[in-house]
Design a protein around this ligand. Structure first.
Ligand code: GKR
Ligand code: MG
Length: 450
C-alpha cells in the first residue's frame, strides 16, 4: 500500500483470521433460544519484533471473509501508524454500511451492518503497540488509564430444558462447581432465577445483575425482578427485554418499579411510525426511570438524535459496534453531558473480555457495571491467563498490551469445533422449533408467548 512512511516501529509480518466456536446453554431471549454452539472470529497479528497481537469479534463466515479482505491493508504496516491503517480500512468500502434501521428491532440478520469487524484488528494493533511501549492497552486509549479495575454485572438468563431437544448442548451436571452445574440447567421460574443469581454471586461476587427478558410476558418477568431484589436487597438489578414491549406495556410493567430496578434496558422500541429513540423518550417521560440502550444507539448519527431527544441515560457502547477508540470517545462525551457509559455484550471468549476491560479502564467518570456473557463461557479460555471476575470486578493486568497470552492448541480445538458445524450463522429459531413447532421471530412478542 502506498502513502505510508516508515517511522521506526515494528511492521506487521503476518495476519491470521481464525474462526472459532465454543459451547453455550439453551439461553432464552426475544430472538429465540441460543444454539449449542456460538461462533467468534479471532485475529492474530505478528510483528517484526516477534510479538503477537490479539483481537476477537463476532462470528460467522461473512465477518471472517470481511476480515480476510483487510489483510492487504494490514500486512507490511507499522504498528505505530495503526490509526491510519484502521482509517484506510474504514474508507475502503469493504466494511458493512448500516442500512439505517440498525438493530432497533433486534433482527439478528441486521447485526452484520452494526458490527465493525475491524475492531479485532484495532485490538491486535493496540496489543502490539502496548507491548512495544511497555504500556497496557488502556493507557493508549482516550486520556489513558482511568481506573485499575472494572465492575461487571451478573448477566442472568432464562434457560430452557435442553433435554427437550436432540441438539448437542453441553452437559455439566456432574461438575463439582455449583455455578457450572446451574448454568446448564432449566431456569424458567422466579425461584430458579434467584437460585441462578445467588450461584453467580457466590462464584463471582457480583453486586449488579441484569435479567435478560423478552421471554415471558413482562409482568411475569417483573415478578422475577422483584424476587431478585427481595433475595439481594443491596444488589442493583436491571432487565432487558430487547424492546419487546409496546410503550403502553412498558409503562405498565415498570410502574412501581422505582427503587427495585436500577435501570431498564431497551424496554420498548420503534412503533406506529415512531423510531425507537422517540418511543424511549416517551417512556422516560412517563416513568422517570433510568434507561439504558444497546439497540437504538449504535452509531454517531443515532447518538446525536438519541441525545437530542434525551431518550436514554446509559449508552452500552460495545467496542464491536463503535471500535475501542470510538467507545472511549462515546464515554468521554457522555461523561461531559452528565450521562453514563456501559458496555453491551454477546457470547464471547476471553480475548473480548480483555478488549472490554481495557476499553472500560480508559473511560472517565462514573460508568455502569459492564455487561459480559463470560460467566456462560468461563472455563473455555483461549488464553493461558484469562482475566478473572473477583468481587464482581476485573483487575486491569499489570502487563503490557492486553495482558493475555494465546494458547494455540485451544484456539485450534475451537477452530475444529467451528469446522464441524453445519452452519456458522447465529439462528436462534432452530432450537425454538423443539419448544414451539413453526416458531418465528417477532420483535414484539416474547419468545415463549405464542
Ligand atoms: O445473548 O442473546 C443474547 C443477547 O440477547 C444479545 O443478543 C443481546 O444483543 O445481550 C444483548 C443485549 O443486551 O441486548
Ligand atoms: Mg441489551
Amino acid at each position: 500500500m502506498e502513502g505510508f512512511s516508515m517511522r521506526g516501529t515494528p511492521v506487521i509480518t503476518d495476519m491470521q483470521v481464525i474462526p472459532v466456536a465454543g459451547y453455550d446453554s439453551m439461553l432464552m431471549t426475544l430472538s429465540g433460544a441460543h444454539a449449542p454452539f456460538f461462533t467468534r472470529n479471532i485475529v492474530i497479528l505478528k510483528d517484526s519484533s516477534g510479538s503477537t497481537g490479539l483481537g476477537e469479534t463476532h462470528g460467522g463466515d461473512d465477518i471472517a471473509k470481511t476480515l480476510e479482505s483487510f489483510k492487504s491493508y494490514v500486512i507490511g504496516q507499522e504498528i505505530g501508524n495503526y490509526r491510519a491503517v484502521i482509517d484506510r480500512i474504514q474508507k475502503s468500502g469493504l466494511t458493512a454500511g448500516d442500512d439505517g434501521e440498525g438493530i432497533q428491532k433486534l433482527n439478528l440478520k441486521k447485526l452484520k451492518f452494526v458490527v465493525r469487524a475491524e475492531t479485532a484488528i484495532e485490538s491486535a494493533f493496540l496489543d502490539l503497540l502496548g507491548k512495544f511501549m511497555n504500556l497496557p492497552v488502556c493507557a493508549l486509549l482516550g486520556n489513558g488509564q482511568q481506573r485499575k479495575e472494572v465492575e461487571t454485572l451478573g448477566y442472568l438468563f432464562y434457560i430452557s430444558d435442553r433435554n427437550r431437544t436432540d441438539l448437542p448442548y453441553i452437559d455439566e451436571s456432574s461438575n463439582s462447581d455449583a455455578w457450572f452445574r446451574i448454568r446448564r440447567r432449566e431456569t424458567l421460574t422466579p425461584e430458579a432465577i434467584v437460585e441462578q443469581a445467588l450461584a453467580a454471586r457466590e462464584k463471582y461476587g457480583f453486586r449488579c445483575f441484569k435479567l435478560k427478558g423478552g421471554v415471558f410476558k413482562g409482568d411475569q418477568e417483573m415478578e422475577a425482578v422483584r424476587a431478585l431484589k427481595k433475595a439481594m436487597p443491596d444488589a442493583r438489578i436491571s432487565i432487558d427485554p430487547n424492546g419487546a414491549w409496546s410503550l403502553e406495556e412498558a409503562i405498565g410493567y415498570c410502574r412501581g418499579m422505582q427503587g427495585i430496578l436500577t435501570y431498564v434496558e431497551d424496554p420498548c422500541g420503534p412503533e406506529r411510525g415512531f423510531s425507537g429513540r422517540e418511543i424511549m423518550c416517551e417512556f422516560k417521560n412517563a416513568t422517570q426511570l433510568r434507561v439504558a440502550t444497546n439497540m437504538i444507539v449504535t452509531n454517531w448519527r443515532q447518538l446525536y438524535h438519541g441525545t437530542s431527544l434525551r431518550a436514554f441515560d446509559i449508552v452500552l457502547a460495545d467496542p464491536n459496534f463503535w471500535n475501542m477508540d470510538g467507545s472511549v470517545r462515546v464515554a468521554q462525551m457522555l461523561d461531559e453531558w452528565g450521562l453514563t457509559w456501559g458496555c453491551h455484550s454477546n457470547n464471547h471468549f476471553d480475548i473480548t473480555l480483555a478488549m472490554y476491560v481495557h476499553t472500560a479502564a480508559a473511560t472517565p467518570g462514573n460508568i455502569t457495571a459492564m455487561d459480559t456473557h463470560w460467566i456462560w463461557q468461563d472455563g473455555q479460555d483461549l488464553c493461558r491467563n484469562a482475566m478473572k471476575i473477583k468481587d464482581g470486578k476485573i483487575e486491569v493486568p499489570n502487563a503490557p498490551g492486553l495482558g493475555i497470552d494465546i494458547d494455540m492448541d485451544r484456539v485450534m480445538k475451537a477452530n475444529e469445533l467451528y469446522n464441524k458445524m453445519d452452519s456458522h450463522d447465529r439462528d436462534d429459531s432452530v432450537a425454538m422449533q423443539y419448544l414451539i413447532p413453526g416458531w418465528k421471530f417477532d420483535s414484539k412478542r416474547p419468545c415463549l408467548v405464542r
